[in-house]
Design a protein around this ligand. Sequence first.
Ligand SMILES: [Zn+2]
Ligand SMILES: [Zn+2]
Length: 334
Amino acid sequence: MSDAHTLLGLQPGATTQQIKRAFRKLAMQWHPDRNTDPAALEHFKLLRQAHDRLLATLLEDPDAPDTNGTEAYADGPAPSRGPDRWQTLEINFEEAFLGATRSVCVRTPQPCSQCGGSGLEKLSVSRLCAPCRGSGRIRSENGLARCPECEGRGYSSTQACSHCAGSGEEVGERWLEVQIPAGLIDDDELRLAGEGEAHPDAGHPPGDLRIRVRLSPHPLFRREGRNLVLQRPVSALRMLIGGSLRIPHPAGLRTVPLEPGVAHPRALRVAGAGFPGRGSRAAGDLVIELEPMLPQAPDRQLHALIEQLDVALGKSATRHFPELARWEADWLGE
Ligand SMILES: [Zn+2]
Ligand SMILES: [Zn+2]
């Protein structure tokens, strides 16, 4: 198989129609006007060269099979519907929790508005036909034959359409309203039947549009499985005596009870308040990572209060400061 065949994704012995069709499809994808990849232009040129080279080879070899438009598929029989189209949709945490309706742009090939799909535009001045070099005939196994490119005229009065680069197609934009159910997370997929690529042969339904979801990063929240995790600074004193905490949440503010406990970094869990369940997958938990904060810059009044508190705690140090009491017993003999 030649490089040109590989490049165009064709099998050896591909027909004129197959070559043209394969090129048209790839040109849609790689034309630098549509593809912002810096390598697109080079690749497009290679495709164009491969297309020209294969067509020229067919002209030189009139015995090459031409099934006259019948598609030969590399892997088995023709599929009954067009290929699926993949798109990524970024959603935020609020949309993942509450669901949403989003407009999604689908870019579909349609006949070029400039040349009406012919891929050709008229030249103001005719020019020499390149394949036959103006002779109107080309060499074949049976001697000289009429040049199919210029139909024997030796000159051409058309060139590849500058708008579509000869592909005969341009990209049309179609907007679809997409219903995003609550509970979608990264790599979940929405499938919109019939919104995919058209089948190359008329009479076959198009493929599906498959929208893969990506959760955009959030400055406060993060996702771990279906759990919603956030860090929250809390007064170390409040962690000791307990109370309630106000917590931001994608579905709205929440108040969460805080049990009295140690004033060390620890996690508070609210079962079922993470990402909503979907299908067989249960809802996740809300995980609040508590970060104890000690008071800073006490003023005169606070100073007195803390003094009082520290003295009171020190009176039963073995209970309130067990490590401190142990250290002092070991090293001060108290
Ligand atoms: Zn010619
Ligand atoms: Zn055009």
